[in-house]
Design a binder for this molecule. Structure first.
Ligand SMILES: Cc1cc2nc3c(=O)[nH]c(=O)nc-3n(C[C@H](O)[C@H](O)[C@H](O)COP(=O)(O)OP(=O)(O)OC[C@H]3O[C@@H](n4cnc5c(N)ncnc54)[C@H](O)[C@@H]3O)c2cc1C
Length: 451
């Protein structure tokens, strides 16, 4: 007998879990900034997160490094992302968990952090602003009021299924789950390859030296002897405590060689296992071949495989590769992205930068990329999307997916939610100059002057 493909569940009454002005899905950099911005303006705000901690890929996937806070502005490396990000970074620093910025490929800065400090600092930030945080809550669907208006986000928790009512919803799930549930248009074609990050401890930092330069050469030598690696190059860097290093070197494929799809449960399961295998294999290589690593051990393989890209929601405007490389302007700018294209393609990482030092090194990010569209091409009344699933092409996303731009998008969406509620208007109809003034008053750099 052929097993049926579907099972009809009985209808059921779902309890209302809460009634909020702003509901934010996802506690990564975009969600943290969105919730902080909305609650900071006095809005009754809920943040829902499937894990028991905040930080998104930054903690759950062990990224441990902020990119995109800085840009190379005509040859000078400057911080261009401020606002909520400044508050969060100051809190991480006060916990002793923030490195000084380090140079990336001689062109810009990134800044490493301890995941434990990030989690605590993000809790403190959101609680200080009165955000209601519900952890261990997996969003599974929506209930619509009308075709383009959401009424509730459905979540599954240990206490059962609940409906979270809201007036404005912000999708910061990274995968665009909420927007997809609501029927927003999205793309999911070529995807950047995921990586399983891991961290080592008991590294001898003096012997390891600038291992991020020497280890790729050791890998090339090993390849000449017939060894293979999942991708070229290796990003190995010390954390705040210099015996602890993060390693970004794996690349996880599906059975047919494509990037593992982070929205496919079975591919994701296989990817987690393969990622851990790759981490173990590279650790063995480092122990054997790299000075300073012989006594190291794996201190952490994070809770999940690092997913760089899945759904990209189609919004009223879409950020492209050209926008990034030509440092584009938009009249509805809500902040900037200073990170280049960083394409995790099969077996390699390909970078494309704006002109250095001939350009200001950052592009503006338009408000319209946060406004998802329904099948008829029109924006939803009360839905925004921020972070790596916002409206970008595959290449544009390879740049503005990093933490800096996600903080910017989140802060803009949270602030726009407040203005939409204040004016009783659809998110797409708020006064953009008012949004820009409010963001600037909160310390956001809109990119209107060369810093
Ligand atoms: C391996 C790797 C290395 C990277 N390296 C860097 C780096 O060095 N520097 C840098 O700045 N960026 C780096 N990035 C990119 C960066 O970490 C992410 O793009 C960024 O975190 C995206 O932020 P976000 O808030 O949009 O989404 P995410 O960080 O993905 O956060 C989304 C959150 O939503 C939650 N969520 C998702 N779906 C649901 C649901 N249905 N219900 C409830 N909760 C849900 C998730 O648990 C998560 O907490 C890296 C990414 C990867 C994968």
């Amino acid at each position: 007998m052929v097993a049926p493909a579907f099972l009809t569940e009985p209808a059921r009454e779902t309890p209302i879990g809460g009634d909020y002005e702003v509901v934010v899905l996802g506690g990564g950099p975009a969600g943290i900034a969105a919730a902080a911005a909305a609650a900071g303006k006095g809005r009754k705000t809920l943040l829902l997160e499937r894990y028991g901690f905040l930080g998104g890929m930054g903690t759950a996937a062990g990224v441990t490094n902020f990119c995109g806070l800085h840009a190379n502005v005509f040859g000078d490396i400057k911080q261009v992302v401020h606002g909520v990000a400044d508050d969060l970074l100051a809190r991480i620093d006060r916990l002793g968990g923030l490195n000084e910025p380090h140079l990336v490929l001689g062109k810009t800065h990134a800044q490493a952090y301890d995941t434990a400090a990030y989690k605590i600092a993000a809790d403190d930030l959101l609680l200080s602003l009165g955000v209601d945080i519900l952890f261990h809550a997996l969003a599974v669907g929506v209930v619509m009021d009308e075709e383009a208006r959401l009424r509730a986000l459905m979540v599954e928790t240990k206490s059962g299924r609940m409906a979270m009512l809201g007036r404005v919803f912000i999708d910061c799930s990274g995968d665009g789950d909420l927007a997809a549930f609501a029927g927003a248009r999205y793309e999911k074609g070529d995807m950047l390859y995921p990586s399983m990050m891991f961290r080592l401890n008991n590294v001898d930092p003096d012997k390891a030296g600038e291992a991020w330069k020497t280890v790729p050469a050791l890998m090339q030598e090993a390849e000449r002897r017939g060894e293979t690696f999942p991708r070229k190059g290796a990003i190995l860097r010390p954390q705040k405590h210099t015996t602890e290093w993060r390693v970004n070197v794996t690349q996880v494929k599906s059975a047919d060689g494509r990037a593992v799809d982070g929205t496919d449960a079975r591919e994701l399961s296989a990817g987690e296992i393969d990622g851990r295998k790759q981490a173990r294999a590279f650790f063995d290589f480092l122990k054997r071949e790299a000075p300073g690593f012989s006594d190291a051990y794996i201190v952490d393989i994070p809770p999940q495989l690092g997913i760089r890209e899945t759904r990209r929601i189609i919004g009223l405007a879409t950020l492209t590769a050209d926008d990034v490389t030509t440092c584009a302007d938009f009249t509805d700018t809500v902040g900037v992205n200073g990170w280049p294209l960083e394409m995790h393609v099969a077996g390699d990482v390909v970078w494309r930068w704006p002109d250095i030092p001939g350009s200001r090194g950052y592009n503006q990010l338009p408000y319209r990329m946060l406004l998802p569209t329904a099948l008829d091409g029109r924006a939803f009344d009360n839905l925004m999307v921020a972070g790596r699933c916002a409206s970008m092409t595959h290449e544009g996303q390879s740049a503005a997916r990093v933490s800096g731009a996600c903080f910017v998008m989140g802060e803009a969406a949270g602030t726009a939610a407040h203005l939409s509620l204040a004016g009783n208007t659809a998110c797409a109809d708020i006064a953009v100059p008012k949004l820009q003034q409010t963001l600037e008053r909160g310390g956001v750099f809109l990119g209107l002057t060369a810093t």
